[in-house]
Design a protein around this ligand. Structure first.
Ligand SMILES: [Zn+2]
Length: 351
Protein backbone atom coordinates (compact mmCIF):
# COMPACT_ATOMS: atom_id res chain seq x y z
CA UNK A 1 0.00 0.00 0.00
CA UNK A 2 1.32 3.47 -0.73
CA UNK A 3 0.11 6.90 0.05
CA UNK A 4 -0.08 9.98 -2.06
CA UNK A 5 -1.04 13.46 -1.11
CA UNK A 6 -2.19 15.50 -4.04
CA UNK A 7 -2.26 19.22 -3.59
CA UNK A 8 -4.45 21.34 -5.77
CA UNK A 9 -4.91 24.98 -6.40
CA UNK A 10 -7.27 26.65 -3.97
CA UNK A 11 -9.96 28.91 -5.25
CA UNK A 12 -10.58 30.87 -2.19
CA UNK A 13 -13.22 31.59 0.39
CA UNK A 14 -17.50 32.67 1.48
CA UNK A 15 -19.98 35.17 2.54
CA UNK A 16 -21.67 33.27 5.35
CA UNK A 17 -18.97 33.39 7.99
CA UNK A 18 -19.62 35.07 11.30
CA UNK A 19 -15.91 35.65 11.47
CA UNK A 20 -14.84 37.98 8.71
CA UNK A 21 -11.45 38.62 7.17
CA UNK A 22 -11.90 42.26 6.24
CA UNK A 23 -8.59 43.79 5.22
CA UNK A 24 -6.64 40.64 5.92
CA UNK A 25 -3.86 40.76 3.35
CA UNK A 26 -2.32 37.89 1.49
CA UNK A 27 1.43 38.31 1.06
CA UNK A 28 3.49 36.63 -1.58
CA UNK A 29 6.98 36.23 -0.18
CA UNK A 30 9.79 35.57 -2.60
CA UNK A 31 12.37 33.10 -1.31
CA UNK A 32 15.93 33.76 -2.40
CA UNK A 33 18.07 31.36 -0.42
CA UNK A 34 18.13 28.68 2.26
CA UNK A 35 18.66 31.25 5.02
CA UNK A 36 15.41 32.97 4.09
CA UNK A 37 13.62 29.61 3.94
CA UNK A 38 14.87 28.74 7.41
CA UNK A 39 13.99 32.16 8.75
CA UNK A 40 10.42 31.85 7.47
CA UNK A 41 10.12 28.32 8.86
CA UNK A 42 11.08 29.58 12.30
CA UNK A 43 8.66 32.50 11.97
CA UNK A 44 5.87 30.12 11.00
CA UNK A 45 6.65 27.86 13.96
CA UNK A 46 7.02 30.61 16.51
CA UNK A 47 4.24 33.05 15.65
CA UNK A 48 0.69 31.76 15.20
CA UNK A 49 -0.57 35.18 14.06
CA UNK A 50 0.79 34.65 10.58
CA UNK A 51 -1.19 32.10 8.58
CA UNK A 52 1.15 30.30 6.19
CA UNK A 53 -0.85 28.92 3.26
CA UNK A 54 2.07 26.90 2.02
CA UNK A 55 5.31 25.76 3.56
CA UNK A 56 8.56 27.61 3.10
CA UNK A 57 10.72 25.12 1.19
CA UNK A 58 13.93 25.49 -0.72
CA UNK A 59 12.43 24.03 -3.87
CA UNK A 60 9.64 26.57 -3.93
CA UNK A 61 10.19 30.12 -5.08
CA UNK A 62 7.58 31.73 -2.88
CA UNK A 63 5.25 31.30 0.07
CA UNK A 64 1.86 32.90 0.76
CA UNK A 65 0.96 34.23 4.18
CA UNK A 66 -2.33 35.72 5.39
CA UNK A 67 -1.99 38.52 7.93
CA UNK A 68 -4.58 40.50 9.89
CA UNK A 69 -4.74 44.29 9.46
CA UNK A 70 -3.38 44.90 12.96
CA UNK A 71 -0.35 42.67 12.39
CA UNK A 72 0.53 43.84 8.88
CA UNK A 73 3.00 46.54 9.88
CA UNK A 74 4.91 44.30 12.19
CA UNK A 75 4.93 41.53 9.61
CA UNK A 76 6.34 43.78 6.93
CA UNK A 77 8.99 45.09 9.33
CA UNK A 78 10.05 41.56 10.21
CA UNK A 79 10.44 40.74 6.51
CA UNK A 80 12.32 43.95 5.78
CA UNK A 81 14.70 43.37 8.68
CA UNK A 82 15.80 40.14 6.99
CA UNK A 83 15.83 41.58 3.48
CA UNK A 84 13.03 39.28 2.45
CA UNK A 85 11.32 40.42 -0.70
CA UNK A 86 7.52 40.42 -0.73
CA UNK A 87 4.51 41.68 -2.59
CA UNK A 88 0.87 41.92 -1.59
CA UNK A 89 -1.10 39.63 -3.82
CA UNK A 90 -4.51 40.39 -2.25
CA UNK A 91 -5.16 43.51 -0.15
CA UNK A 92 -8.45 42.24 1.25
CA UNK A 93 -9.01 38.51 1.31
CA UNK A 94 -12.64 39.02 2.38
CA UNK A 95 -13.34 40.23 -1.18
CA UNK A 96 -12.20 36.87 -2.50
CA UNK A 97 -14.28 35.10 0.16
CA UNK A 98 -17.33 37.13 -0.87
CA UNK A 99 -16.83 36.13 -4.49
CA UNK A 100 -16.95 32.42 -3.72
CA UNK A 101 -19.91 30.66 -5.24
CA UNK A 102 -21.88 28.39 -2.93
CA UNK A 103 -24.47 26.23 -4.61
CA UNK A 104 -27.27 24.07 -3.34
CA UNK A 105 -27.85 20.54 -4.49
CA UNK A 106 -31.40 19.55 -5.40
CA UNK A 107 -32.31 16.24 -3.79
CA UNK A 108 -33.15 13.57 -6.37
CA UNK A 109 -31.46 15.39 -9.24
CA UNK A 110 -27.86 14.24 -9.59
CA UNK A 111 -27.38 16.66 -12.48
CA UNK A 112 -27.79 19.54 -10.05
CA UNK A 113 -24.32 18.73 -8.67
CA UNK A 114 -21.90 20.80 -10.74
CA UNK A 115 -18.27 21.84 -10.40
CA UNK A 116 -18.48 25.60 -10.75
CA UNK A 117 -19.23 26.24 -7.08
CA UNK A 118 -18.95 24.73 -3.62
CA UNK A 119 -21.51 22.59 -1.79
CA UNK A 120 -22.11 22.22 1.93
CA UNK A 121 -22.02 18.91 3.75
CA UNK A 122 -25.72 18.10 3.50
CA UNK A 123 -25.65 18.71 -0.27
CA UNK A 124 -22.68 16.37 -0.73
CA UNK A 125 -24.23 13.71 1.49
CA UNK A 126 -27.58 13.93 -0.33
CA UNK A 127 -25.76 13.57 -3.66
CA UNK A 128 -24.00 10.43 -2.38
CA UNK A 129 -27.39 8.93 -1.41
CA UNK A 130 -28.77 9.81 -4.83
CA UNK A 131 -25.80 8.18 -6.59
CA UNK A 132 -26.51 4.96 -4.70
CA UNK A 133 -30.17 5.16 -5.73
CA UNK A 134 -29.24 5.89 -9.37
CA UNK A 135 -26.55 3.21 -9.69
CA UNK A 136 -27.72 0.54 -7.22
CA UNK A 137 -25.65 -2.23 -8.82
CA UNK A 138 -22.43 -0.28 -8.54
CA UNK A 139 -22.61 2.27 -5.73
CA UNK A 140 -22.95 1.53 -2.05
CA UNK A 141 -23.11 4.17 0.68
CA UNK A 142 -20.45 3.50 3.32
CA UNK A 143 -19.55 5.03 6.67
CA UNK A 144 -15.86 5.54 7.39
CA UNK A 145 -16.29 6.61 10.97
CA UNK A 146 -17.76 9.16 13.35
CA UNK A 147 -16.89 12.72 14.30
CA UNK A 148 -16.58 14.45 17.66
CA UNK A 149 -20.01 16.02 17.08
CA UNK A 150 -21.35 12.57 16.24
CA UNK A 151 -21.72 12.95 12.50
CA UNK A 152 -21.03 10.09 10.13
CA UNK A 153 -18.01 10.29 7.85
CA UNK A 154 -20.03 9.40 4.82
CA UNK A 155 -18.63 7.99 1.62
CA UNK A 156 -19.33 5.62 -1.19
CA UNK A 157 -17.91 2.45 -2.63
CA UNK A 158 -17.92 1.97 -6.38
CA UNK A 159 -17.57 -1.69 -7.29
CA UNK A 160 -18.22 -3.58 -10.49
CA UNK A 161 -17.83 -6.99 -8.87
CA UNK A 162 -15.97 -9.18 -6.42
CA UNK A 163 -12.24 -9.74 -6.20
CA UNK A 164 -10.88 -6.35 -7.14
CA UNK A 165 -8.01 -4.47 -5.55
CA UNK A 166 -8.94 -1.10 -4.04
CA UNK A 167 -8.19 2.59 -4.40
CA UNK A 168 -8.96 4.90 -1.49
CA UNK A 169 -9.72 8.59 -2.04
CA UNK A 170 -10.08 11.02 0.81
CA UNK A 171 -10.82 14.75 0.82
CA UNK A 172 -11.54 17.57 3.20
CA UNK A 173 -9.51 16.42 6.19
CA UNK A 174 -8.47 20.09 6.35
CA UNK A 175 -11.91 21.64 6.28
CA UNK A 176 -11.04 25.01 4.74
CA UNK A 177 -9.53 23.36 1.66
CA UNK A 178 -12.88 23.30 -0.14
CA UNK A 179 -11.38 22.49 -3.51
CA UNK A 180 -10.43 19.10 -2.07
CA UNK A 181 -13.98 17.70 -1.57
CA UNK A 182 -14.93 19.33 -4.88
CA UNK A 183 -12.11 17.46 -6.62
CA UNK A 184 -13.03 14.17 -4.99
CA UNK A 185 -16.69 14.52 -5.99
CA UNK A 186 -15.58 15.45 -9.52
CA UNK A 187 -13.50 12.27 -9.80
CA UNK A 188 -16.42 10.26 -8.39
CA UNK A 189 -18.73 11.67 -11.03
CA UNK A 190 -16.24 10.90 -13.81
CA UNK A 191 -15.89 7.31 -12.61
CA UNK A 192 -19.66 6.87 -12.78
CA UNK A 193 -20.61 8.84 -15.88
CA UNK A 194 -17.67 9.16 -18.29
CA UNK A 195 -17.78 6.93 -21.40
CA UNK A 196 -14.07 7.28 -22.14
CA UNK A 197 -12.62 3.75 -22.35
CA UNK A 198 -9.64 4.50 -20.11
CA UNK A 199 -11.83 6.00 -17.41
CA UNK A 200 -14.28 3.11 -17.63
CA UNK A 201 -11.39 0.66 -17.32
CA UNK A 202 -10.16 2.47 -14.20
CA UNK A 203 -13.66 2.63 -12.74
CA UNK A 204 -14.33 -1.05 -13.39
CA UNK A 205 -10.88 -2.40 -12.59
CA UNK A 206 -10.84 -1.42 -8.93
CA UNK A 207 -13.07 -1.09 -5.92
CA UNK A 208 -13.14 2.65 -5.17
CA UNK A 209 -13.58 3.75 -1.56
CA UNK A 210 -14.31 7.46 -1.62
CA UNK A 211 -14.77 9.93 1.26
CA UNK A 212 -15.14 13.49 -0.02
CA UNK A 213 -15.38 15.06 3.46
CA UNK A 214 -13.34 13.33 6.16
CA UNK A 215 -13.65 16.23 8.61
CA UNK A 216 -17.41 16.93 8.51
CA UNK A 217 -17.58 18.99 11.73
CA UNK A 218 -14.79 21.27 10.53
CA UNK A 219 -16.29 21.52 7.05
CA UNK A 220 -19.62 22.74 8.47
CA UNK A 221 -17.76 25.21 10.69
CA UNK A 222 -15.87 26.56 7.67
CA UNK A 223 -19.20 27.21 5.92
CA UNK A 224 -21.18 28.59 8.82
CA UNK A 225 -18.69 30.28 11.12
CA UNK A 226 -15.05 30.62 10.18
CA UNK A 227 -14.06 30.23 6.54
CA UNK A 228 -10.42 29.45 7.38
CA UNK A 229 -11.17 26.63 9.86
CA UNK A 230 -8.79 23.71 9.29
CA UNK A 231 -9.07 21.39 12.31
CA UNK A 232 -11.85 19.27 13.81
CA UNK A 233 -14.11 20.77 16.49
CA UNK A 234 -13.10 19.01 19.70
CA UNK A 235 -12.40 21.44 22.55
CA UNK A 236 -8.90 21.13 24.01
CA UNK A 237 -8.58 23.27 27.12
CA UNK A 238 -9.43 26.83 26.11
CA UNK A 239 -8.82 26.06 22.44
CA UNK A 240 -10.77 24.10 19.88
CA UNK A 241 -9.68 21.59 17.31
CA UNK A 242 -7.00 19.14 16.33
CA UNK A 243 -5.33 18.95 12.92
CA UNK A 244 -6.63 15.53 11.92
CA UNK A 245 -3.92 15.16 9.31
CA UNK A 246 -1.35 15.34 12.12
CA UNK A 247 -3.15 12.92 14.43
CA UNK A 248 -2.45 9.55 12.79
CA UNK A 249 -0.53 6.91 14.68
CA UNK A 250 2.50 6.99 12.43
CA UNK A 251 5.56 8.92 13.54
CA UNK A 252 3.19 11.14 15.51
CA UNK A 253 4.68 14.58 16.31
CA UNK A 254 7.98 13.73 14.60
CA UNK A 255 7.93 16.47 11.96
CA UNK A 256 5.55 19.14 10.66
CA UNK A 257 3.22 19.17 13.66
CA UNK A 258 2.73 21.17 16.83
CA UNK A 259 1.95 20.31 20.45
CA UNK A 260 0.38 23.76 20.93
CA UNK A 261 -3.45 23.58 20.77
CA UNK A 262 -3.59 27.21 19.65
CA UNK A 263 -1.98 26.28 16.37
CA UNK A 264 -3.54 25.08 13.14
CA UNK A 265 -1.15 22.10 12.95
CA UNK A 266 -1.85 20.95 16.52
CA UNK A 267 -1.41 17.17 16.51
CA UNK A 268 -3.75 16.33 19.40
CA UNK A 269 -3.11 14.84 22.84
CA UNK A 270 -1.98 11.46 21.49
CA UNK A 271 -1.95 9.48 18.25
CA UNK A 272 -5.56 8.77 17.29
CA UNK A 273 -6.85 10.94 20.14
CA UNK A 274 -9.60 12.13 17.78
CA UNK A 275 -12.73 10.13 16.95
CA UNK A 276 -12.38 10.98 13.24
CA UNK A 277 -8.90 9.52 12.79
CA UNK A 278 -9.50 6.64 15.20
CA UNK A 279 -12.66 5.47 13.47
CA UNK A 280 -11.43 6.11 9.92
CA UNK A 281 -8.22 4.19 10.65
CA UNK A 282 -10.29 1.24 11.87
CA UNK A 283 -12.29 1.32 8.67
CA UNK A 284 -9.06 1.47 6.66
CA UNK A 285 -7.59 -1.44 8.58
CA UNK A 286 -10.67 -3.51 7.73
CA UNK A 287 -9.90 -3.18 4.00
CA UNK A 288 -6.15 -2.55 4.24
CA UNK A 289 -5.13 -5.79 2.57
CA UNK A 290 -6.79 -4.81 -0.69
CA UNK A 291 -5.70 -1.16 -0.98
CA UNK A 292 -3.21 -0.46 -3.78
CA UNK A 293 -3.36 3.32 -3.65
CA UNK A 294 -4.46 5.98 -1.18
CA UNK A 295 -4.89 9.56 -2.34
CA UNK A 296 -5.46 12.43 0.08
CA UNK A 297 -6.41 15.73 -1.52
CA UNK A 298 -5.26 19.08 -0.14
CA UNK A 299 -4.82 22.66 -1.16
CA UNK A 300 -2.89 24.40 -2.13
CA UNK A 301 0.24 23.94 -4.24
CA UNK A 302 0.96 21.83 -7.28
CA UNK A 303 2.60 18.82 -5.67
CA UNK A 304 2.11 15.09 -5.75
CA UNK A 305 3.59 13.95 -2.46
CA UNK A 306 4.58 10.37 -1.77
CA UNK A 307 5.92 8.85 1.48
CA UNK A 308 7.73 9.49 3.67
CA UNK A 309 7.66 12.79 5.51
CA UNK A 310 9.75 11.86 8.52
CA UNK A 311 12.70 10.37 6.64
CA UNK A 312 14.31 10.60 3.25
CA UNK A 313 14.71 6.82 3.24
CA UNK A 314 12.71 5.60 0.25
CA UNK A 315 9.64 3.47 0.62
CA UNK A 316 9.85 -0.06 -0.79
CA UNK A 317 8.26 0.85 -4.10
CA UNK A 318 9.61 4.38 -4.28
CA UNK A 319 10.65 4.19 -7.94
CA UNK A 320 7.33 2.78 -9.07
CA UNK A 321 5.43 5.36 -7.05
CA UNK A 322 7.53 8.19 -8.38
CA UNK A 323 7.30 7.03 -11.98
CA UNK A 324 3.55 6.52 -11.85
CA UNK A 325 3.16 9.88 -10.15
CA UNK A 326 5.39 11.73 -12.60
CA UNK A 327 3.57 10.19 -15.56
CA UNK A 328 0.22 11.16 -14.09
CA UNK A 329 1.35 14.71 -13.43
CA UNK A 330 2.86 14.88 -16.93
CA UNK A 331 -0.50 13.93 -18.40
CA UNK A 332 -2.13 16.67 -16.33
CA UNK A 333 0.45 19.14 -17.60
CA UNK A 334 -0.26 18.27 -21.23
CA UNK A 335 -3.96 18.79 -20.71
CA UNK A 336 -4.06 21.72 -18.29
CA UNK A 337 -0.60 23.27 -18.30
CA UNK A 338 -0.15 22.55 -14.60
CA UNK A 339 3.35 22.05 -13.20
CA UNK A 340 3.06 19.50 -10.43
CA UNK A 341 6.21 18.41 -8.65
CA UNK A 342 6.40 14.73 -7.68
CA UNK A 343 8.47 13.63 -4.72
CA UNK A 344 8.46 12.43 -1.15
CA UNK A 345 7.11 14.72 1.53
CA UNK A 346 10.56 14.80 3.12
CA UNK A 347 12.33 15.92 -0.04
CA UNK A 348 9.56 18.18 -1.31
CA UNK A 349 8.19 20.13 1.64
CA UNK A 350 10.33 19.30 4.64
CA UNK A 351 13.61 20.40 3.08
ZN1 LIG B 1 -4.49 20.13 3.79
Amino acid sequence: MWFIILSLVLIVPNALSEFRFDNYALYKIILKDVDQVNFLKSLRDSDARFDFWNDPVALSSYVNVLTSPKDRNEFENILKSKDVEFEISTENIQDAIDREVIKTYTRGNIKSMTWDGYYNLSSINAWIDDLAATYPEVVEVITGGTTYEDRAIKGLKISHGEGRRAIFLEGGIHSREWISPATVTYITNELLTNDNEDIKAAAQGFDWYIFPVTNPDGYIWSFENARMWRKNRRPVGEHVGVDLNRNWDNNWMVVGASSNPARDDYAGTAPFSEPETKSLSEFLASIGDKIDMYLSFHSYGQMLLIPFGNTTAPLANYHDARNIGARGMGALSVKYGTLYRTGTIAETICK
